[in-house]
Design a protein around this ligand. Structure first.
Ligand code: CP3
Length: 343
């Protein structure tokens, strides 16, 4: 078993810097696009044999961890908020949350039961993998934003109107989402995942005071519980978080995600060296040439300076237009001359 990734999460010495990529299974890979010609995204997620196959697709690139193939929105369906993935538009929630009674009606699910297909996928993957398996869930704020907006949003106007205008209803929504996410991550660990990541992708759209007032304790409910009850590394991820890093750290996480707008050395100094960090290459730096990609990877490695506790990743997911060759070149560079084991 290659345990570099888990060792780095625990800030232990490693033989080379571990690397994996958010969205490492996906449309930039020809093998994935081929499967998507025959199956919808939800079919891939809900059919364990297919989800296993997709999870394994990026491993020949040499990455040090696998991430479960699923989607952060899956728990919304059994909670009572079904959705679809519309071609080219991303997710569409059938009945977006607009009233208190809709929030009251959301169910606190048992993920072992209503997301049993995810647990089946995890158990099957654990029989095949030589690298650690990362489970994941959406952060309460990010999930709430999809539920309220009904899909992607440019400014989160409806979400923030609820948050600022009806703080009690907002708090109930966040409590329900946090409790479901807590149970879901615990179930994934029980099924066998070796680490989990909380994707709070859009939390960076909040002012720091609003994050602290309306989001932080709900994220803490998830992060603290999963960390203390399971002992597996917990990665706390967001983007646009330059002004939120300390508040996100205080909410919890063994490893803090760092986007590309904050230099990694500065981010790490603010977070504190008692936590590991993950990131922070610009996903767009993979698009130009192999040389450019490797140069940006080296910049991240230089900022990490061989300190124990660096997991190499992008600051956000791999873009569909990314050349597979550039990804492979970065993996080789991080593992080779550029990537240092911690002294
Ligand atoms: O390889 C992996 O990282 C694991 C699989 C994974 C998916 N979604 C599959 C997927 C993961 C970790 C996610 C997380 C996810 N899903 C997030 C948080 C991460 C992030 O990028 O910020 C969010 C916000 C979602 C919700 C979601 N799912 C959106 C907004 C979209 C549409 C946007 C797009 O890229 O088209 C999806 C669709 C989705 N989920 C795809 C994949 C591989 C797109 C591919 C497809 O349509 O086949």
């Amino acid at each position: 078993m290659n345990d570099r990734f888990l060792r780095a999460c625990r800030r232990e010495p490693v033989d080379a810097t571990p690397v994996w990529f958010m969205r490492q299974a996906g449309r930039y890979m020809p093998e994935y696009r081929k499967l998507r010609e025959k199956h919808s995204l939800l079919q891939l997620c809900k059919t364990p044999e297919l989800a296993v196959q997709v999870t394994l697709q990026p491993l020949p690139l040499g990455v040090d961890a696998a991430i479960l193939f699923a989607d952060i929105l899956l728990p919304l369906e059994p909670m009572g908020a079904p959705f679809e993935f519309a071609a080219g538009e991303g997710p569409v929630i059938r009945d977006p949350i607009a009233t208190r009674s809709q929030i009251d009606a959301l169910r606190l699910i048992d993920p072992e039961d209503s997301l049993a297909y995810v647990m089946t996928t995890i158990r099957a993957l654990k029989r095949e993998l030589q690298v650690p398996l990362i489970g994941f869930a959406g952060g309460p704020f990010t999930l709430a934003s999809y539920l309220v907006e009904g899909g992607k949003s440019a400014n989160f106007a409806k979400t923030k109107k609820l948050m600022f205008g009806a703080p009690d209803a907002w708090a109930l929504l966040m409590e329900k989402l946090a409790e479901v996410v807590r149970r879901y991550l615990r179930a994934q660990v029980a099924a066998g995942v070796d680490a989990v990541q909380l994707f709070d992708s859009w939390v960076g759209d909040l002012a720091p005071a609003d994050y602290v007032e309306h989001v932080q304790r709900h994220s803490r409910h998830v992060l603290r519980d999963v960390q203390t009850a399971t002992g597996v590394p917990v990665i706390h991820f967001g983007t646009g978080t330059a002004t939120l890093l300390e508040s996100m750290r205080d909410a919890g996480g063994t490893v803090l995600g760092v986007d590309w707008c904050t230099p990694l050395d500065q981010a790490w100094a603010r977070i504190g060296y008692d936590r590991a960090v993950q990131g922070n290459m610009d996903p767009c730096a993979l698009l130009a040439t192999r040389e450019v990609a490797v140069k940006h990877a080296q910049r991240v490695l230089d900022a990490a300076a061989g300190r124990p506790g660096h997991v190499f990743n992008l600051g956000h997911g791999i873009l569909p237009e990314t050349p597979v060759d550039h990804v492979r070149a970065v993996v080789e560079h991080v593992h080779g001359a550029g990537g240092r084991g911690s002294a």
